[in-house]
Ligand binder design. Structure first.
Ligand SMILES: C[S@@+](CC[C@H](N)C(=O)[O-])C[C@H]1O[C@@H](n2cnc3c(N)ncnc32)[C@H](O)[C@@H]1O
Length: 289
């Protein structure tokens, strides 16, 4: 069991054990259509023989690919960046951050090192891009950011060896999941309020139509007998989408690690929705809710 090497809004490191309690034993493949930093994947114990990690963010998936296939080169590039940054004054750090942010390295391992560096040194570890796809989160002010954690990166690289990495819309990945797989879906959440709508991980926002498309994909998985669990905000709209269909609905408290206002980091209610009853997974194999 390990943890993600990236910070990610909505990261599920804390909730992972609760999500995995319900996983069917001995599943063939683990499938995450909205991987983000893939906290649940990294928490899997024992390691799955095969996994599919997908995310619509191509830079994120490229970073995973480089860490899987070219760990030494990523580590060396990241070490250079970390040493340069940590040796600077506060002003020097900011100027280095903006230089790296404006850069467009040619090689994949350097792009991956840039991605991890920006993730570790930007404001709150957020990922946001402008209309042209350029990363535009400002510099954060951490005293001692952990830019390179070699042991963690190496553990993650080992875990990634058996993964297929993809960057597509979730629908296609769901359509290819098969009975015997275990699918965990962690989409951008339906916002709890108009001001709390952080859904901008990619250029395209994840709107109401996407939430409906996702519910339809969840129904399709269920009809085909694929075990799946999905998290989303505990909102009337989410309850309308998934209520009355025979799904298991559990409310869990989740703290928001990424938020600038401490008050907004207070635990919020989230829904965990599973299709175990509908696909006839034996009760003994299910979590106590
Ligand atoms: C809540 S985050 C996942 C967090 C993740 N479980 C973790 O532990 O870090 C949602 C992810 O969905 C991705 N995403 C947004 N729209 C998507 C789409 N249409 N298809 C696939 N992934 C999408 C975003 O890039 C983002 O990384």
């Amino acid at each position: 069991m390990t943890r993600p090497f990236l910070k990610w809004a909505g990261g599920k490191a804390k909730l992972a054990p609760r999500i995995l309690e319900g996983a069917p034993p001995g599943f063939a493949r683990y499938v995450e259509p909205f991987a983000g930093a893939a906290a649940v994947f990294f928490a899997l114990e024992p390691r799955p023989r095969e996994a599919v990690l997908n995310d619509a963010n191509p830079d994120l998936i490229e970073t995973f690919t480089a860490v899987r296939d070219n760990l030494d080169a990523v580590t060396a590039s990241l070490r250079e960046l970390a040493e340069a940054y940590l040796g600077e004054s506060p002003e020097g750090r900011a100027s280095l951050f903006y230089r790296v942010r404006a850069s467009a390295p040619r090689s994949m391992h350097e792009r991956a090192a840039r991605f991890v560096f920006l993730n570790r040194t930007c404001y709150n570890g957020l990922f946001r891009v402008n209309a042209r796809g350029g990363f535009n989160v400002p510099h954060g002010r951490y005293k001692k950011p952990r830019i390179l954690d070699e042991e963690l990166l190496s553990e993650c690289s080992t875990a990634l060896q058996t993964t297929e990495l993809r960057s597509e819309d979730f629908e296609r990945v769901c359509a290819e999941a098969r009975p015997g797989d275990f699918v965990y879906l962690d989409p951008p959440y339906h916002p709890l309020s108009a001001t709390a709508n952080f859904t901008g991980y990619t250029r395209a926002d994840f709107g109401r139509e996407d939430q409906v498309r996702l519910r339809d994909a969840f129904e399709d998985l269920t009809r085909r007998g694929v075990a799946a669990v999905l998290s989303n905000s505990d909102h009337e709209f989410t309850r309308q989408l998934y209520g009355g269909l025979g799904y298991g609905l559990a409310v869990v408290a989740m703290s928001r690690a990424i938020n600038s206002r401490p008050s907004a980091r207070a635990p919020v209610a989230e829904l965990l929705i599973d299709n175990y009853d509908r696909i006839g997974l034996a009760p003994a194999e299910r979590p106590a809710t």
